[in-house]
Design a protein around this ligand. Structure first.
Ligand SMILES: Cc1ncc(COP(=O)(O)O)c(C=O)c1O
Length: 353
């Protein structure tokens, strides 16, 4: 079994440690540990290893599912991994561009057909999805809202995808890590019926990547099969992560209100910056935008490399998502850092105009 190198992580590994400003982080800025009680008591495994039953019940309520239909994991990354390990037979279909795990991990287990969104609005062609499905397709994969484009597909589109998947006896797995950054979140896919699976975490919308706390919600047989894999990956979530995540979920309304306000303010700042510099994007839900490459640069990668070397500001090259003529900007960072990053980006663009 082979796994492809994670392009974006490898690019970050070259530059992130030394760069002054990280303008490519995909989630909202992190909350301070001091906002929470950080003493979980005894530092054993979380027992039961699927996660605290009361917390799983609370999480399950958002999917109209019970505690046994929720598996707590170390971040959405593990939720996706164990879901694919459990579900993959011969073939999957993934809607791209998207977070690399969502096509590279299933490709490690079988064959993956990708269906590309159509720029500039990143529209989804349902006929292309239908054509990609095969009798042996076990899972159709969506990330909604989508990283890196910021496109949030409507309820109607997601229902159409669900119907295509269900008619083919295929699960629809939706990575919903950005869902709660929307001021108007759609019902999650795991609440749509027997073929719906949702993965999520407290990383992107709450600002708690360090908790490494996520989950998978869906039909019992999928959750059980994923739990079988998790016994070999991390066994249980971290008690620290679960302890803080529980508090964050209890205080979710207040945390999300703050984070959505920050996202809206920063989105407007970036929109006006891009307008001033003649750059285009699809106005995103969440805190990632996928922007056209400035004139004078052949690719998003050459632009990102020149920028980080000259200004110590890190953006993400679009080719890490299979789209070389874009770069991704993350605007969820603290406001002073966003402003400092945009000021340096402005000097760089002016010098290269
Ligand atoms: C779509 C998507 N899913 C999952 C992850 C990983 O999330 P977590 O930190 O919860 O493991 C990311 C991180 O960038 C992501 O963008």
């Amino acid at each position: 079994m082979d796994i492809e190198p994670f392009d974006l992580e490898r690019f970050f590994a070259r530059y992130e440690h030394d760069a002054d400003i990280m303008l490519a982080e995909s989630g909202i800025r992190s909350l301070a540990a001091s906002e929470f009680d950080t003493d979980p008591g005894e530092l054993g495994y979380v027992i039961p290893t699927a996660g605290d039953p009361a917390l799983r019940r609370t999480i399950g309520e958002r999917y109209d599912r019970d505690a046994d239909e929720v598996l707590c994991t170390c971040g959405a990354q593990e939720a996706n991994f164990v879901a694919f390990a459990a579900l993959m037979g011969e073939h999957a279909v993934t809607i791209t561009p998207t977070y690399q795990s969502l096509h590279s991990v299933p490709r490690a287990f079988g064959e993956v057909t990708t269906v590309d969104l159509e720029p500039p609005e990143w529209d989804l062609d349902l006929d292309a999805v239908q054509a990609a499905l095969r009798p042996e397709t076990s899972v159709l994969v969506l990330n909604n809202p989508n990283n890196p484009t910021g496109r949030y597909f409507s309820q109607e589109t997601v229902e159409a995808l669900y119907d295509l998947a269900a008619a083919n006896d295929t699960y629809l797995l939706c990575d919903e890590v950005y869902r709660l950054l929307s001021p108007d979140p759609l019902p999650p896919v795991a609440s749509m019926g027997e073929y719906g699976i949702s993965t999520s975490s407290v990383t992107k919308s709450h600002g708690l990547a360090g908790c490494r706390f996520g989950w998978l919600a869906g039909p019992r047989e999928v959750v059980d099969a994923a739990a079988t894999w998790k016994d070999y990956t991390t066994i249980s979530p971290s008690p620290f992560g679960q302890h803080v995540a529980r508090q964050a979920i209890e205080r979710e309304a207040e945390i999300l209100a703050r984070n959505r306000e920050l996202a809206a303010d920063h989105r407007a700042r970036v929109r006006s910056f891009l307008d001033d510099h003649g750059l285009d994007w699809y106005e995103p839900t969440g805190v990632n935008g996928f922007v056209t490459v400035p004139e004078g640069f052949a690719t998003g990668r050459s632009f990102c490399e020149a920028l980080v070397e000259s200004e110590s500001v890190l953006l993400a090259p679009g080719d890490a998502f299979g789209v070389p003529d874009r770069f991704r900007i993350g605007f969820g960072l603290p406001t002073d850092q966003l402003e400092a990053g945009l000021t340096r980006l402005d000097s760089f663009l002016t010098a290269h105009a």
